[in-house]
Design a protein around this ligand. Structure first.
Ligand SMILES: Cc1cc2nc3c(=O)[nH]c(=O)nc-3n(C[C@H](O)[C@H](O)[C@H](O)COP(=O)(O)OP(=O)(O)OC[C@H]3O[C@@H](n4cnc5c(N)ncnc54)[C@H](O)[C@@H]3O)c2cc1C
Length: 416
């Protein structure tokens, strides 16, 4: 059987390799780093994501439950001077968040996927940096994540992402909550989390980041008595610059993971899409037509979320602060009563994570007691509009796809 070349031994690349090897293909994974571990210079790192675990398992055919950490500690969300606590007897936490460790440690997702791929006979070529996609045979899978080279070579519009991170040994104090905050320091956000014996923090934004952003963040952290660690700067890029994403095929190659654009354009959750898209990329080798259909279902809502992200990214942090303060202090009553009518927008944000349709934001937006009847009519009107729009069956088709995979694969997961 012919050899399939996969560029990049990250999440998307490894899931594709495992599924192709299972289908009987010879697989060669080419990786620029000396070994596994994903994004160069970033690991070890701890990523947080909403995850539809049953579907990810069924779709990828891998039982990853033992390699993700269900994060049941409270979630502390900071918006400028305010903080909101979710979980553990505070505001209920409605969406389970999962932690995924990246890097070379045995507890990392990379290690788990690499071990499975090795056991299935996948070959690896490390320390090999490929600059031109054309150096690989047609039909190869490109899954090079957030690195710039392949975006440039394949002319995929991309945008720089810059930031600072730290990773240290965790102590009990660090494990008490997940901290996410937005402030004047960045147009995106800062998060920190601890699990698997590590404590990790990351500040990033999809605009150039100056050192003074970090100084601002440090000021905020020390005002909350949070210890500051040694920061490491990073630069990478994401394919969120153009409306023309996501795409499964490009210039005779198959795209996997972030290269396919299967990341959430609003809050930048990339793990969920990268895992699923590894399977879609493998399917594209075996049955391009079927892969195309599944890919378009998984990424059906991407463009709507992308529009929200574009608008939000253009707003300077100072303007955001003013809007937040106005809403928080001047119109809280109006927001509490009529906030539910914003849910078509929050829904767009939720559905930006490819293949995740449970909603991580909308479940918090429930109608006010006095608005329940009107809100029900509002929902009916929205449904009627949705029925008139193209792609009206997408939600049901997505659900059917999910059920089909869960029924087909769930029983076999343990034995695969
Ligand atoms: C610092 C940081 C924090 C993040 N935090 C989160 C988070 O909390 N939650 C979340 O959901 N997402 C997060 N993301 C996004 C998420 O990590 C990515 O979307 C996801 O890892 C993409 O997976 P992938 O398979 O596309 O690529 P990766 O897992 O990055 O793998 C790409 C691989 O390709 C290799 N490679 C690259 N270029 C070449 C080349 N030219 N030749 C050979 N090999 C090459 C790389 O070395 C790497 O091993 C974060 C990203 C970063 C950078």
């Amino acid at each position: 059987m012919k050899t399939v070349h996969i560029l990049g031994a990250g999440l998307g690349g490894l899931v594709a390799a495992i599924n192709l090897a299972r289908a009987g293909y010879d697989v060669l994974v080419i990786e620029s780093a000396k070994g596994i571990g994903g994004i160069r210079g970033f690991h070890p790192s701890l990523h947080v994501t909403p995850m539809d675990l049953d579907f990810v398992n069924a779709y990828t055919g891998l039982d990853i439950a033992g390699n993700v950490k269900k994060l049941d500690q409270p979630l502390r969300v900071g918006l400028w001077e305010d903080e909101y606590l979710f979980g553990k007897n505070r505001l209920p936490m409605k969406t389970p968040l999962y932690g995924v460790e990246r890097g070379t440690k045995e507890t990392s997702m990379d290690y788990f996927l690499y071990s499975r791929a090795k056991a299935l006979g996948v070959k690896f070529l490390f320390s090999t940096f490929i600059k031109k996609a054309g150096d690989l045979p047609p039909g190869s899978i490109i899954a090079t994540g957030l690195h710039p080279e392949m975006y440039k070579d394949l002319e995929i519009p991309h945008r720089k992402i810059e930031g600072f991170s730290f990773c240290v040994q965790a102590d009990k104090e660090n494990e008490k909550d997940i901290h996410v905050c937005m402030g004047d320091f960045a147009t995106d956000y800062y998060y920190s989390v601890a699990f698997n014996g590590l404590y990790y923090g990351l500040l990033f934004q999809r605009n150039p980041m100056e050192y003074k952003c970090l100084v601002e963040l440090e000021k905020m952290l020390s005002s909350k008595a949070e210890k500051v660690h040694k920061w490491v700067p990073f630069t990478c890029c994401g394919p969120t610059k153009s409306f023309r994403q996501p795409q499964l095929f490009r210039k005779g190659k198959i795209m996997g993971g972030s290269m396919a654009g299967v990341g959430d354009p609003v809050l930048c959750f990339g793990i969920h899409g990268a895992l699923l898209s590894g399977q879609t990329a493998a399917l594209a080798v075996m049955d391009p037509q079927k892969a195309r259909q599944e890919f378009s279902l998984l990424t059906h809502y991407y463009r709507r979320a992308w529009i929200i992200a574009q608008i939000s990214n253009q707003v300077p942090t100072k303007t955001r602060r003013r809007v937040y303060r106005f809403v928080r202090y001047r119109v809280p009553g109006l927001l509490a009563r009529y906030g539910y009518y914003l849910h078509p927008f929050t829904d767009m944000v939720d559905k930006g994570i490819p293949g995740y349709w449970k909603g991580y934001f909308s479940p918090y937006i429930v109608p006010h007691e006095k608005e329940k009847k009107r809100a029900a009519l509002f929902d009916k009107a929205l449904e009627a509009i949705a029925r008139l729009c193209p792609g009206k069956n997408a939600a049901e088709e997505l659900e059917a796809l999910k059920k089909r995979y869960i029924t087909q694969n769930a029983k076999h997961l343990e034995t695969i």
